[in-house]
Design a protein around this ligand. Structure first.
Ligand code: DX5
Ligand code: ZN
Length: 226
């Protein structure tokens, strides 16, 4: 990975002016827009659907959009998000009856596919699916809400999955989602992450550029095992 990627989660943005929020965070230096989709079944919250993603694309957003599906089942949502310009589409393996088939669907539709693991879920399934994956997402909070505390035990899981990716020699991004801020981003990078989702740490601040630059400064100093 040449560069660390910062992915603000728009779940924590001001929805009354979402287009402007996305524009501000991108001009503040964000690399990717993280788009949380919740259905009030898989998680106890309800958020945005494909129409919102389509509206962002139509308004001229060209940055990668990283769709995190917290829905069950997943296949219909995969089709709908692929249709409106999602770049990455990731889902939780326990939300699909046929995980391999859902990943194949994402690839067939021309998007990059990923799996998301809850803090309490085993990532062992990765041993049988690495060929299908462009991205692996490790949740460092329980899915459903922005603004929760980072679960530090996940650092060990990040290192475990980093080793798995490195030994596979595949070009797979390792993304970590939840509770990341200026104070802990270097630890997350040192454990092996490439992409960092941050909702409340960025959108909860007054100056998005300042927080993103502080995060980049911490990332520059992060000791990454080789
Ligand atoms: C939680 C979401 C996260 C969340 C991150 O279900 O998947 O993407 O928005 O928000 P923070 O950074 O505030 O934990
Ligand atoms: Zn997310």
């Amino acid at each position: 990975m040449d560069r660390y990627l910062i992915a603000p989660s728009i779940l924590a943005a001001d929805f009354s002016c979402l287009g402007a929020e996305v524009e501000s965070v991108l001009s503040a230096g964000a690399d990717v827009i993280h788009f949380d989709v919740m259905d009030n079944h898989y998680v106890p919250n309800l958020s945005m659907g494909p129409m919102v993603c389509e509206a962002l694309r139509k308004s001229g957003v060209t940055a990668p959009i990283d769709v995190h599906l917290m829905v069950r089942p997943v296949d219909e949502m995969i089709r709908m998000f692929a249709d409106v310009g999602a770049t990455y589409i990731s889902f939780h393996p326990d939300a699909s009856d046929h995980v391999d088939r859902s990943l194949e669907l994402i690839n067939e539709l021309g998007c990059k596919g990923g799996l998301v693991f809850n803090p309490g879920s085993s990532a062992e399934i990765l041993n049988w699916l690495l060929d299908r994956l462009d991205i692996i997402v490790l949740m460092s909070v329980n899915p459903g809400f922005s603004g929760q505390k980072f679960i530090t035990e996940i650092l060990k899981k990040i290192s475990f999955v980093r080793d798995l990716i490195d030994s596979s020699r595949r070009d797979i991004l390792l993304e970590v989602d939840g509770g990341i801020g200026v104070e802990n981003i270097a630890d997350v990078a040192a454990a092996g992450a490439d992409m960092f989702v941050a909702g409340s740490a960025i959108f909860g601040s007054k100056d998005y550029s300042k927080v993103i630059s502080q995060m980049r400064a911490k990332l520059e100093g992060a000791a990454r095992p080789v």
